[in-house]
Design a binder for this molecule. Structure first.
Ligand code: PMP
Length: 424
């Protein structure tokens, strides 16, 4: 790949792009301005898998490593104090970002997957018993389904599934009938990574709260697209990964209500999570450290803090408007291709579009689009039960980021059209 070539060769940005200053914003992402496969401009439409990082995020991590790196909490020297300050600063930024009441309700994890596993183990092992029930949805990511299935298997509990309707929305009318006095937890994603559907998680939590059912919301796909307010949603747990939010991989967070987490057993044992240790017995630290055993991904946390600061500086109403106009353009353009079927037509979607084409394997479309520089994701998107629900093995998925332009959507439509003509 030629990373030094900064001329992507796109047509001038459209009016809506200008409103967002997308072209200026793209300058912060040099990775986007390159040609691949010899000489085709990269069109990066795989943002649901991971977003790219802007220069300020990369610089914050580098600055930290150049000037401030140390282990946190355990030292009284200058670097340890600075590293600790930065680490805890990000915790308060996450708290503000999610509108969590307290900083100690924010636990660092490796990301969404580890956050869900933490809840399934630390909360689940104490609270789910034989005969109990846990509800997940048919559109959940394997990161939610599998830890909850494992919890149910460990405990002799039953996993119940909230179905998805033909248009890709959750069948919320089915939820009251799924709930009974054995239901202990409802875990569901805020936004579907495979369909783009925005779920009405507030209504789900409103149904759960008076019945004493704990709620876990997977915000992996929501955080970069929606304003998240855990108090307004009124969930018990909310989880996300930094790398879907223009931040680093290998770091993320779990928000959990202090009332619940303060009585939860530890997830992992080790340094930092203890108050005192002796061979006779160990006592555990307070929140949040009780759930942060061992050395954390400190530079990841610094990068996440920078990502939150950078993301917070964007004009979010313009971002949302831009994204919806990209989605409309992609939906219209792709729908006009003969034999192409969009999977997931919910009225409320983020800029994710999944599709299949009659008689053509999605992976062949992916390969031909890639040859034209268009980066899509092809496969089951870690949602095999959802693929089964729609009678497909896989889909091709295009997903937008804040830097996606209308010209890139046009390149998507052109490349898919060309691929379909070649493969028909
Ligand atoms: N949930 C959803 C909805 C996702 O899109 C993803 C990532 N594809 C995950 C969970 C898992 O996130 P991570 O791999 O960062 O832990």
């Amino acid at each position: 790949m030629n990373t030094s070539n900064v001329d992507a060769g796109f047509a001038p940005v459209a009016v809506a792009d200008n409103a967002l200053y997308v072209s200026a914003l793209r300058n912060e992402f040099p990775i986007l301005n390159q040609r691949v496969h010899g000489n085709v401009p990269l069109v990066y439409l795989d943002n649901a898998a991971t977003t790219q990082r802007p220069i300020p995020v990369i610089n914050a991590t580098t600055d930290y490593l150049l000037h401030s790196h140390s282990n946190v909490h355990r030292g009284g020297h200058a670097l340890a104090m600075e590293a600790t300050r930065l680490f805890e600063l990000t915790r308060s930024r996450i708290q503000a970002f999610l509108n969590a009441p307290l900083p100690e309700e924010i636990i660092y994890t490796r990301g969404t997957t580890e956050s869900v596993n933490l809840v399934a183990s630390a909360w689940g092992d104490d609270n789910v018993k034989s005969g109990d029930e846990v509800i997940v949805s048919e559109m959940d990511h394997h990161a939610v389904i599998v830890p909850m299935q494992m919890l149910c298997q460990r405990k002799g509990a039953t996993l119940r599934v909230l179905p998805v309707l033909d248009n890709g929305t959750l069948d919320l009318d089915a939820l009251p009938d799924l709930i009974n006095n054995r239901t202990k937890l409802i875990a569901v994603n805020h936004v579907s990574n495979a369909l783009g559907t925005i779920n009405d998680v507030k209504s789900i939590c409103a149904l759960a709260r008076p019945r004493g059912i704990t709620t876990l919301i997977d915000g992996a796909q929501a955080v970069a697209h929606l304003k998240v307010d855990v108090q307004d949603i009124d969930c018990d747990f909310y989880v996300f990964s930094a790398h879907k939010l223009y931040g680093p991989t290998g770091v993320g967070a779990l928000y959990g209500r202090a009332e619940i987490m303060s009585s939860m057993s530890p997830y992992q044992g080790g340094g930092s999570m203890i108050a005192s240790v002796s061979f006779e017995g160990t006592t555990y630290n307070d929140l949040p450290y009780r759930f942060e055993a061992g050395t954390q991904n400190i530079e990841g946390a610094v990068g996440l803090g920078a990502a939150l600061e950078w993301f917070g500086g964007l004009d979010h109403s313009a971002v949302a408007k831009h994204e919806q106009s990209l989605l409309r353009r992609a939906t219209e353009g792709l729908s006009a291709i003969k034999g192409l079927r969009i999977i997931g037509n919910a009225p409320n979607k983020i800029g994710i579009i999944s599709f299949v084409v009659d008689g053509i394997h999605a992976s062949d479309i992916g390969v031909l689009c890639d040859e034209q520089g268009v980066a899509l994701r092809v496969g089951h998107h870690c949602t095999m039960p959802l693929m089964k629900r729609f009678g497909v093995g896989s889909t091709a998925r295009a997903s937008a980021g804040v830097y996606t332009t209308h010209s890139e959507i046009d390149a998507l439509v052109t490349s898919v059209g060309k691929a379909v003509r070649m493969l028909s």
